[in-house]
Design a protein around this ligand. Structure first.
Ligand code: TEU
Ligand code: CA
Length: 532
């Protein structure tokens, strides 16, 4: 059957944060040869695409999201030959690679930025240099401008991440050149970092906000769409490539504007709304997880967005089993429930390194153990605001991005490295690790493997429609349907027993408990075939 259905709709994508994935040379830092050594593991898991977080040359202010040379590999990660080998070895195994395209900003050590400090240089207009700052604030807290001599430059993230000026045609041509460089090497597309804020349609003062003053001048602006169409026509459409945009703060309409096929911009986007249902105003003020609010948000995106990129964690988010599941008494059941939930949704499923074995938050108790600049800055700000130390550490324990940056737990001994890891390892690696999971047929890893294989053979899960059936404070029931088959998916996001809200006639085709009984158990999840 000839279908023009793009492969990325059916693919399972696995995100690798290279620094923490696998170290091959004992320096305590993950690297490209380490990734190559784990390609068979990923193939066996059923991974179709690897999203590789940045491996480019960088001063590592933001762990590689501050790029100094887009066409060089960071020496910590290896060489360009290693990268070429990774692309070849992955493609030989039928695994595609998409890379992180970080173009909203460069590093302040990028040659363009260094040259731009000279007002007469052609690079001066590659960035936003002004005589005086506006009132915008940074995603990492604090002001979004820094002074150099008698000028200020804009940086929506750290001061070592100056924003590129996309009003400048030369900047757009530079970006096209970088994209061609990597696509010609055989990668299959890009995860586009904060792609919906790259075009600032004005530098006017913003409405005063507690967080992100100035947002209205750069968030999903009209000028953005013109640039994305140009990158698509002039670059991406010349290759077999796809894109997934990281789009902060978009709503479902803005998401569709970016991904509807007729708009010829991006192929899918990561929304954040479901990741903001357990916080007040910003990520640092976490509330108790309320499944019902989370379910309603997921259902809205499933019903309203053309195609979803379904994820529950990544390198910026806490571990999902600690956040949405239960990483103590029901660790096994809830990690499997989250797997079944995410892989049963309509859209492309994304798995973050270690999620397949239920890696948990790190619960670091000393500020010295935190490496993430965003966390360190928030800690400093909280200290200035006289927050007690216990509360400052609580903020970080709940929301720090370092929760997701613990080295992958391959086994209980020297799995990640035989050197000193760049960041403290999670002490539970003796219990939660790949080796132990491989040896246990009932493990989270084997559940992921089986469900990924099941999903690959299921037209219903890959292509079926989504229909919300029932939402309560505890359980979420939805249908996935094609013309010949209907699945009912039930997920209990609590440690409580829950009675079935209605009679169900069907056969269970997948579940995280051995056999079903007449009520729904803690973190129980199942796929029921209603076709009869
Ligand atoms: O993240 C965008 C971003 O806003 C995140 O910082 C996120 O909002 C916040 O951390 C909530 O957890 C992208 C990258 O994923 C992130 O790692 C980079 O630090 C950031 O852009 C700048 O490139
Ligand atoms: Ca290394």
């Amino acid at each position: 059957m000839i279908t023009n259905r793009p492969y990325w709709k059916d693919a399972v994508v696995y995100q690798i944060y290279p620094r923490s994935f696998k170290d091959s040379n004992g320096d305590g830092i993950g690297d490209i040869l380490g990734i190559i050594s784990k390609l068979d593991y990923l193939k066996d898991l059923g991974v179709d695409v690897i999203w590789l977080s940045p491996v480019y040359d960088s001063p590592n202010d933001d762990n590689g999201y501050d790029i100094r040379d887009y066409k060089e590999i960071h020496k910590d990660f290896g060489t360009m030959e290693d990268m070429d080998l990774l692309i070849k070895e992955a493609n030989d195994r039928g695994i595609k690679i998409i890379m992180d395209l970080v173009i909203n900003h460069t590093s302040d050590e990028h040659p363009w930025f260094i040259a731009s400090k000279d007002k007469n240089s052609k690079y001066h207009d590659y960035y936003y240099w002004r005589d005086k700052p506006n009132n915008w604030t940074s995603f990492f807290s604090g002001k979004a401008w820094t002074k150099v001599d008698d000028m200020y430059y804009l940086h929506l993230f750290s001061k070592k991440q100056p924003d590129l000026n996309f009003h400048n045609k030369d900047v757009i041509e530079e970006i096209k050149d970088i994209m061609h460089f990597w696509l010609k090497k055989g990668i299959s597309g890009f995860r586009c970092d904060v792609i919906n804020i790259i075009y600032k349609d004005s530098l006017a003062n913003g409405k005063k906000r507690l967080v992100l003053t100035g947002l209205e001048h750069y968030h999903s602006t009209k000028g953005l769409h013109k640039i994305l169409k140009e990158l698509r026509t002039d670059v991406l459409d010349k290759y077999d490539a796809f894109t997934v945009g990281e789009t902060v703060l978009v709503n479902t309409k803005e998401a569709n504007d970016l991904i509807l096929p007729e708009n010829k911009e991006l192929d899918m986007v990561f929304g954040f709304e479901h990741m903001e249902t357990d916080q007040i105003n910003n990520k640092w003020f976490k509330t108790k997880f309320k499944p019902k609010k989370f379910f309603k948000t997921i259902a809205k995106w499933q019903e309203e967005v053309y195609w979803n990129a379904n994820y529950l964690e990544n390198h910026d988010q806490p571990r999902s089993v600690s956040r949405f599941g239960n990483d103590t008494k029901y660790h096994l059941e809830s990690a499997k429930m989250l797997c079944l939930f995410n892989l049963s949704l309509r859209g492309t499923p994304y798995i973050y390194e270690g999620q397949e074995i239920g890696m948990t938050n790190a619960y670091l108790n000393k500020i010295e153990d935190y490496q993430d600049l965003e966390s360190i800055r928030i800690y400093g700000l909280a200290k200035k605001l006289l927050f007690p130390k216990k509360l400052r550490l609580k903020l970080l324990r709940n929301a720090s991005r370092d929760n997701a940056r613990q080295p992958v737990q391959w086994d209980s001994k020297e799995g990640f490295t035989n050197g000193k890891p760049w960041i403290k390892e999670n002490p539970n690696k003796d219990k939660i690790n790949v080796l132990a999971n491989m040896e246990d047929p009932n493990s989270i890893l084997n559940f992921y493997k089986k469900l990924i294989a099941f999903r690959k053979n299921s037209i219903v899960l890959k292509e079926g429609s989504f229909e919300k059936v029932y939402i309560s404070k505890k359980i979420f029931i939805f249908k996935r349907k094609t013309k010949d088959k209907t699945y009912l998916v039930i997920s209990n996001f609590t440690s409580k027993n829950v009675s079935y809200p209605f009679k169900i006639k069907g056969s269970v085709v997948f579940s995280n408990y051995d056999k079903q009984i007449d009520y729904i158990r803690p973190y129980e999840a199942m796929i029921i075939d209603l076709t009869y």
